[in-house]
Design a protein around this ligand. Structure first.
Ligand code: DAT
Ligand code: MG
Length: 146
């Protein structure tokens, strides 16, 4: 059944620093998803504290914010049938050591021994998260995404 969705993808500071923006875009596009918006994000603490509010109070929350503030990210809205689940599969599981080869995290990231896991990309985990996160990074779009 057709279920056209949008998801919020971030190429995080480690991915931008390592020159992997094009590689992430290539994987989204070659899978067949459409890129409907894309921009460079100059980070603020407020922006990423809001984005990662679900993790507030966890031991890795402060290291996570510090990491997200360490350089620019690239924010992308990818669109397609079941793209939310589809991009999470392309990204691979959170821990890059166990992420499957063939995935972005499995192919391009490894455990650095840092307090926060650095794993190249973020992808929304549900329709509700996608709507919330798209509004955070693309406040200029209306609820239909235009
Ligand atoms: P995901 O990015 O796969 O949705 P998440 O939302 O649980 O994972 O966590 C956000 C990010 O925080 C994740 O990409 C890497 C980091 N992280 C998650 N759990 C962690 C942990 N136990 N220790 C260190 N960093 C962690
Ligand atoms: Mg998450």
């Amino acid at each position: 059944m057709a279920s056209i969705e949008r998801t919020l993808v971030l190429v995080k500071p480690d991915g931008v620093r390592r020159g992997l923006v094009g590689e992430v875009i290539r994987r989204i596009e070659t899978k067949g998803y459409e890129i409907s918006e894309l921009k460079l994000i100059v980070p603020t603490r407020e922006l990423f504290a809001t984005h990662y509010a679900e993790h507030e109070g966890k031991p890795f929350f402060e290291p996570l914010l510090e990491f997200m503030l360490s350089g620019p990210s690239v924010a992308i809205i990818a669109q397609g049938n079941r793209v939310i689940e589809g991009f999470r599969k392309l990204a691979g599981t959170t821990d890059p050591t166990v992420a499957e080869p063939g995935t972005i995290r499995g192919d391009l990231a490894r455990d650095q021994g840092t307090k926060v896991v650095q794993n190249i990309v973020h992808g929304s985990d549900s329709v509700e998260s996608a709507n919330r996160e798209i509004a955070i990074f693309f406040p200029e779009l209306n609820s239909k995404g235009h």
